[in-house]
Design a binder for this molecule. Structure first.
Ligand code: ZN
Length: 258
């Protein structure tokens, strides 16, 4: 395999992975999206709620707030030393007490652990009119998206690197012109110069001109977009550790069964 990093932003990472196959890139996608854990609100104890929203709606909205996650500080409840009872190593509380008139934002949640806080503080939770009150305690746990989508760490997508071919220099010229500088070459070899900006629209334009597009089944453009709880590199590192652990478990079982 060969890897070339194309773009790295706070919440987004794009790279080319060469010399692999669909099975492997899809394994990575599934592990990154469903098995890398993050913190999210699990249970809410409502003390007072005279807002316009039902308790369930407020609890649902709290569940969808991405929270900054430190994977070294918290355990999955089922793997914790407390054996699932709940302790400071596997759960943390967010509390709120507010009275209208005001809008309650994610940044108003007071956390037991200052490191665990909403990624996007300006997410509105509810508007309170004069005299309306809201008071609750939200219990946050580490979980993964296999159990609930609110624990999802990222969005991952990939595609085979496109190979554009034409049977004449005239068609090649038309394709290069129509693709606004993203494509270069002649009928012998057309190369996509900017894979990050290349999309299906350009493929349709080229196909209308008479080009044939084939997507590679061994070289891929891979994107990871974090929802903000973890940095993309943390997701990749932790996800790779999970895959490693699964393979170790498989070998151990295999050796035991001999
Ligand atoms: Zn615990």
């Amino acid at each position: 395999m060969d890897l070339k990093l194309l773009k790295k932003e706070d919440n987004k990472l794009s790279f080319i992975l060469k010399g692999t196959n669909y099975a492997f890139v899809n394994t990575l996608r599934r592990i990154f999206t469903t098995e890398v854990p993050t913190l999210a609100v699990k249970n809410v104890t409502i003390v007072k709620n005279s807002s316009a929203l039902f308790d369930e709606v407020i609890a649902h909205r709290l569940g969808l707030i991405p929270l900054k996650t430190d994977l070294t500080a918290y355990n999955l409840t089922e793997n914790c030393t407390c054996k699932g009872k709940g302790c400071p190593k596997c759960q943390v509380s967010l509390v709120l007490k507010a009275e209208g008139p005001l809008t309650v934002y994610a940044s108003d949640l007071k956390s037991q652990d200052p490191k665990v806080k909403p990624v996007y503080g300006k997410m509105p939770i509810v508007k309170l009119l004069k005299g309306q009150e809201l008071e609750f305690e939200a219990l946050v746990t580490l979980g993964n998206a296999k159990d609930h989508a609110k624990y999802s760490s990222c969005h991952v997508y990939y595609r085979g690197i496109p190979d554009v071919s034409v049977d004449s220099d005239n068609k090649a010229k038309q394709c290069v012109k129509a693709c606004e500088g993203l494509l270069d070459g002649d009928s012998k070899k057309l190369v996509v110069k900017d894979l990050l900006r290349w999309n299906e629209r350009y493929e349709e334009i080229c196909e209308e001109i008479g080009a044939e597009i084939k997507n590679s089944e061994k070289d891929f453009l891979f994107h990871v977009e974090s929802w903000g709880q973890l940095e993309p590199l943390e997701i990749l590192n932790h996800g790779s550790d999970i895959l490693d652990t699964k393979l170790d478990e498989f070998i151990t079982l295999l050796n035991k069964s001999k």
